[in-house]
Design a protein around this ligand. Structure first.
Ligand code: ARG
Length: 466
């Protein structure tokens, strides 16, 4: 008889051990407290694995059916909250396997044929990340729709755009909204690309060398919707590139969200007064009765730190690890879970925030004359008349100084004043002045020219099926 595992034994490695694991070690090494959320993908992976084992004749059809039935029952029990998790069983893989054996007896002991937890955990993680990437992609598309959704109603609104937090040039509000769409589109592309490297089957690499059992990994891949099969069994269980890559993609999303959060925090201050945030998305102060604080935006900005930190954790975790499986890798889960959770929660609050924000159109319009937003277009007006850029820059610089001294915007300087700086000015100069004219005079592809922006809005609507 082969080594019989006694009924009350809780460990899968019983044979060689003569002593029980120290309780402190069980507490220290467990991962069930956080990897239990992999239960669904773990069961999906096990059913596919058992189905393949049946296809190649390692399991009898009845045995496969018993295993599948048992696994699906366990899934129902977990979902109904009727499953008990215990640190002695260490992780989700052992819990499910142990429960299966309890349910269906010896047949359950066959499930772990031709696999190890090393390739199993990688498979679970790949399936889980693949689903999460799809969820984040839909969340990003929703956020893009919220930004594009604003474009029609905000189409005539001009905002000052800033560099160095100093007023720079006027732009259409829709141009700003579409800038965010571009960023989130790159995030979606990155995720799509990352998904290709996530969607590879590791299962069947077994512990590290593959298996002498004649399995068919292509079948398992097909059952699980993987595009291909990992070609080197040693690489499989040490490879966490896909986790790092996903964490990087999420980090970029967080960075982009933090930019939008930061801008809107500034814009909603009394000092800027550009926007009004929906009150349902603000919180008050416990001591200062007048305060309406942008906590949601601040937390979007703040939570970005965790997502950046999680990537850092994963980089340090995998640095210098030798090939195949090392237990360090169990530490990959909490950071990647947290990054996905955080990004999904950021997206969930951002969508209604973007749609619900109100532009203070009058306040914005009243300040558009400030800050010489049309200076650059005036310079380009001169360039178009053949004046070298450096010379034109100097002329406009002098005009701005004159306007500051006279405490007026550029379009309120008299033609005579213009001519004191450059004799070639005539009354046509006024055609490029003022924020509206400055925006209207834009021509280049990708600029804030109203025609350009309208074309882009149309393109986005098509792309996002609005
Ligand atoms: N809980 C483990 C993890 O998350 C599963 C793999 C354990 N493998 C092993 N050989 N101890 O990485």
């Amino acid at each position: 008889m082969p080594n019989q595992i006694t009924e009350n034994q809780t460990k899968a490695w019983g044979g060689v051990f003569t002593e029980n694991t120290d309780a402190r070690v069980e507490e220290f090494t467990e991962s069930i407290s956080f990897d239990r959320r992999l239960y669904e993908v773990d069961i999906r992976g096990s059913v596919a694995h058992a189905r393949m084992l049946c296809d190649v004749g390692i399991l009898l059809p009845d045995e496969f059916r018993a295993i599948e039935g048992g696994l699906l029952e366990i899934k129902r029990e977990i979902e109904a909250g009727q499953f008990s998790f215990r640190v002695q069983f260490e992780d989700i893989h052992m819990h499910i396997e142990h429960a299966l054996i309890e349910k269906i007896g010896d047949v359950g002991r066959k499930l772990h044929t031709a696999r190890s937890r090393n390739d199993q955990v990688v498979t679970d993680l790949r399936l889980w990340i693949r689903d999460e990437i799809d969820a984040v992609d839909s969340g990003l598309a929703e956020l893009q729709r919220a930004f594009v959704g604003r474009c029609d109603s905000d189409v005539d609104v001009i905002l000052p755009a800033y560099t160095h937090t100093r007023r720079a040039q006027p732009v259409l509000a829709s141009h700003v909204w579409l800038a965010y769409c571009e960023k989130f589109e790159r995030d979606r592309e990155r995720l799509r690309d990352c998904r290709r490297r996530v969607n590879i089957l590791g299962l069947g690499a077994a512990a590290l060398a593959g298996t002498s059992i004649p399995i068919d990994r292509n079948k398992t891949a097909k059952y699980l919707g993987f595009d291909s099969v990992a070609a080197n069994s040693l690489d499989v269980s040490s490879d966490r590139d896909f986790v790092l890559e996903a964490a990087f993609c999420l980090m970029e999303i967080a960075i982009h969200a933090s930019t939008f959060a930061e801008e809107w925090i500034l814009w909603s201050t009394t000092e800027f007064n550009f926007i009004k945030l929906p009150q349902t998305f603000c919180t008050g102060s416990s001591i200062m009765p007048q305060k309406v604080n942008p906590d949601v935006l601040e937390l979007i900005r703040g939570k970005t730190a965790r997502v950046v930190g999680n990537l850092q954790t994963l980089i340090v975790l995998t640095k210098g690890l030798p090939l195949a499986y090392n237990r360090d890798l169990q530490e990959d889960k909490q950071p990647i879970f947290d990054s996905f959770d955080t990004i999904k929660s950021i997206l969930a609050v951002s969508v209604p925030l973007v749609s619900g924000m109100e532009l203070n159109v009058e306040a914005i319009g009243g300040q558009l004359g400030d800050g010489y937003l049309d200076a650059t277009t005036l310079m380009e007006f001169l360039i178009l008349q053949g004046i070298p850029q450096r010379t034109a820059h100097g002329i406009v610089g002098k005009l701005v100084r004159l306007a500051i001294e006279s405490a007026v915007p550029l379009d309120k300087l008299s033609l005579q004043q213009f001519q004191t700086v450059y004799a070639g000015f005539d009354k046509n100069v006024y055609s490029c002045l003022g924020a509206k004219s400055a925006v209207a005079s834009m021509k280049s592809y990708g600029s804030t020219a109203p025609d350009q922006v309208k074309t882009q809005i149309k393109n986005w609507k098509e792309k996002l099926q609005i």
